[in-house]
Design a binder for this molecule. Structure first.
Ligand code: ZN
Length: 449
């Protein structure tokens, strides 16, 4: 049995601050001791009490000028697009054609896929993100590359092969039958292996035929516990195209619902242009939305209506996505800063507690993993980040004037980025430490460092 303890100020959520007052949803320890046993949190309590109870010989790592919170969760991201962040000038459909579909063809080469997967995982960890729901490409080897690297870091990742059988370059197309067979084989190989989870991934309705969407629904039903992710109502041109391609369906979301692609563990990216019926369908079916603010602003897609999604009488599960490479940062702190601005342009304010909830426990609830990640509590997997409250001269100066935790969190949302991540722990191991000579270490190597 390996044991260690971390001492630092800490915070976590045990409720949803969109639905209950922040004070009821949030737990804060000004000085906490968190004991970790075999990759899980054994206890977390005030340090004074915790130190008295700590068995002799258990090493304690003490972080000062820091705040510990659960590892960030990215509910929507494309790892193959790491190489094309910041592509100029287009909106969604043109951006896909001009940049994305060109980049994704490189992933026919397994060596290239492995290289990008390695960089991608490191960027996530550098940003404090310990779980993500990831789109690969149409190539099965792109999925192997991502899961192999995730397995080395022991991160809990959700990922899948993109399904596309029309409206994309020939080199990126499968067929309904081949997409089904390849996804099924990948489920057999990866779903539930260590911490890896499989996600059936039709890119979006315009690039999958009705036959392929039906096959995806069938596959999902045949494999309980697997995930389904796709895009929904991102941009007006896209929505109009779906209307033309599926004239018999009442809405974009109805296309997926009809194919059996709504329900628990369904994650719909963007959902910018939704009506009441769409939100009600998500609530009723238990489907989740991934809000991707940096991407929606970058492509000019529109403003997500958080206030409508989280309406108290029929709340929808919402996670926070970076949507790299239409998104512009791996950092969920930066996503939160932009989410605040998106909400503000819609006439509302996202509170700091709501923000940090979205990036942690809210994401875990969206991904139906809130019984094991997204919180600092006994029994949970010990995925957490150490935020550096003195990461930059400006952050240090500004936070010296913060009056309480809420203000500290809000300043972190506004000024924070990957520089504010001092360390990232995965299943109790410090796999990333900003100031260590070798910042990234696989578990095992990390514990002896
Ligand atoms: Zn996306």
């Amino acid at each position: 049995m390996t044991q260690r303890a971390i001492r630092a100020p800490a915070m976590t959520f045990h409720g949803d601050p969109f639905l209950v007052p922040a004070g009821e949803a949030l737990r804060h320890w000004p000085d906490a001791l968190m004991r970790i046993e075999d990759g899980r949190i054994a206890s977390i309590e005030d340090a004074e009490e915790g130190l008295k109870r700590l068995p002799a010989g258990v090493p304690v790592t003490h972080y000062e000028d820091a705040l510990i919170c659960p590892g960030f969760i990215d509910a929507h991201v494309h790892y193959p697009q790491t190489q094309m962040i910041g592509a100029f000038g287009a909106e969604l459909l043109e951006w896909l054609e001009r940049y994305t579909f060109v980049a994704e063809q490189d992933f026919a080469d397994a060596g290239h896929a492995r290289d990008v997967a390695a960089r991608f995982l490191r960027e996530l960890l550098r940003a404090g993100t310990t779980t993500a729901s990831v789109y690969c490409t149409v190539h099965p080897q792109s999925v192997d590359a991502l899961f192999e690297e995730s397995e080395r870091f022991n991160t809990r990742m959700i990922a899948g092969k993109v399904l596309m059988d029309r409206n994309a370059p020939d080199a990126l197309l499968d067929t309904a039958e081949r997409g089904y067979a390849e996804s099924k084989a990948l489920i057999g190989k990866w779903h539930g292996r260590g911490r890896q989870l499989y996600c059936i991934t039709p890119r979006f309705a315009p690039s999958s035929s009705e036959e392929q969407l039906q096959a995806a629904g069938k596959l999902w039903r045949e494999h309980p516990g697997t995930y389904m992710q796709t895009h929904l109502c991102e941009n007006q041109g896209e929505i109009e195209w779906v209307r033309q391609l599926f004239p018999e369906r009442s809405s974009y979301l109805d296309v997926y619902d009809h194919a059996g692609l709504t329900g628990p563990r369904a994650i719909f990216g963007h959902a910018v242009h939704m009506d009441e019926e769409d939100f009600a369908c998500c609530h009723r079916t238990g489907s989740a939305l991934a809000h991707c603010p940096t991407s929606n602003l970058f492509l000019g897609s529109g403003l997500f209506r958080m206030v409508d999604a989280k309406r108290i009488e029929r709340p929808v599960r919402v996670g926070l996505g970076t949507d790299i490479g239409a998104g512009t940062s791996f950092s969920q702190l930066q996503s939160l800063g932009e989410a605040y601005k998106v909400a503000k342009l819609g006439g509302h304010a996202l509170t700091p507690e709501q923000g940090f909830y979205l990036a942690t426990r809210g994401g875990a609830e969206a991904l139906r993993l809130d019984d094991r990640i997204g919180s600092l509590a006994p029994g949970f997997e010990a995925d957490f980040v150490v935020l550096d409250l003195k990461a930059t001269p400006l952050l240090d100066f500004r936070l010296s004037h913060a009056r309480d935790l809420a203000e500290t969190l809000f300043v972190l949302m506004t000024l924070g980025d990957d520089r504010a991540i001092r360390a990232t722990y995965v299943a109790g191991e410090c796999v990333y430490e900003r100031d260590r000579p070798e910042s990234f270490l696989y578990p095992g190597a990390a514990s002896s460092a």
